[in-house]
Design a protein around this ligand. Structure first.
Ligand code: F6P
Length: 319
């Protein structure tokens, strides 16, 4: 392995920069040259690739977003697009690639490995929707962002005795909503993985109000539906004054937490080690708090499992 490439793709996640830094510095530490691919798979197909040095990744460990930029790219999903990418990697004498991103990006890593270019996936997405690992890079930061928002909304909700629906990202996964709901003390958590009973949500609101509660918070995962529609339904069913906040992309930005920086540094470095050992088609991660690598195909063909205990606990504590 003479030269490694590093790419970030899909939705950015806080901690991606710490992962890039780890890949770059670990490669240089092992005397392997390192190139950065800019603007995700789109940039890869266009040959937007530059040599990186130790200093290229200075002063980024604490920054959100990705210094390599990112893109969503449909063309890369085609065999022609993947062939273009392989050509560019060959032109730039890249022998192995570290792909930092969510499931779509890591699927791309599998495709390139199948075409003969060894790739390692580093899971980074705020959605925490990858099977077989404890946590994706970016999830902890996004969770803290959501909690900060809930705490602020709580102040104004109490002042006006209002019900709030807070719509949280996560694509088809409910992890962000579930953990935020537990840590934020929400009355109800509505997520795609669990059928929800609208009457039960209304009952919980009524019970709380009768008990003298000054506000109610409902966390709605985007994968279930739109916050504004849900808010309307709640207001119609209860006649409680209801407001809706869609947190949107603020959940993707911001300074990564220490936990995300540490995770990203460990996973980025491990990815380089695997390429140097001659491995391909592996995804790195912490599993039961241990650093592991697993077959990409195996991980991506399994469904991320919701932590039932956490969900049940949140239900029990929000009676
Ligand atoms: O996968 C990360 C994520 O932020 C999802 O939670 C969300 O559904 C999606 O990306 C939004 O994508 P975009 O930034 O392309 O609108």
């Amino acid at each position: 392995m003479k030269r490694i490439g590093v790419i970030t793709s899909g939705g950015d996640a806080p901690g991606m920069n710490a992962a890039i830094r780890a890949v770059v510095r670990k490669s240089i530490f092992h005397d392997v040259a390192i190139s950065g691919v800019y603007y995700g798979y789109q940039g890869l197909m266009n040959g937007n690739i530059k040599q990186l040095e130790v200093g290229s990744v200075g002063d980024i460990i604490h920054r959100g977003g990705t210094s390599l930029y990112s893109a969503r790219c449909d063309e890369f999903k085609t065999r022609e697009g993947q062939q273009k990418a392989i050509e560019q990697l060959k032109n730039h004498e890249i022998d192995g690639l570290v792909v930092i991103g969510g499931d779509g990006s890591i699927r791309g890593a599998q495709a390139l490995s199948d075409l003969g270019l060894p790739c390692i996936g580093v899971p980074a997405t705020i959605d925490n929707d990858i099977a077989g690992i404890d946590c994706t890079i970016g999830f902890d930061t996004a969770l803290n962002t959501v909690i900060e928002a809930i705490d602020k909304i709580r102040d104004t909700a109490t002042s006006h005795e209002r019900t709030f629906i807070i719509e949280v990202m996560g694509r088809d996964a409910g992890d962000l909503a579930m953990y935020a709901g537990l840590a934020g003390g929400a009355e109800s958590i509505i997520i795609p993985e669990r059928k929800h009973d609208f009457n039960n949500v209304v009952d919980r609101l009524k019970r709380g109000l009768e008990r003298g509660k000054k506000h109610s918070i409902i966390i709605l995962a985007e994968g279930v539906g739109e916050g504004f529609q849900y808010g309307k339904k709640i207001e119609e069913a209860t006649s409680y004054e209801t407001r809706v906040t869609v947190l949107g992309h603020i959940q993707r930005g911001g300074t990564p937490t220490a936990a995300d920086r540490v995770l990203a540094s460990r996973l980025g470095a491990k990815a380089v080690d695997l390429l140097i050992e001659g491995k391909a088609s592996r995804i790195v991660g912490l599993k039961d708090n241990k650093l592991v690598d697993q077959d990409i195909e195996h991980v991506l063909s399994s469904n991320h499992q919701l932590n039932k205990d956490v969900y049940n606990l949140a239900q029990e504590l929000s009676i």
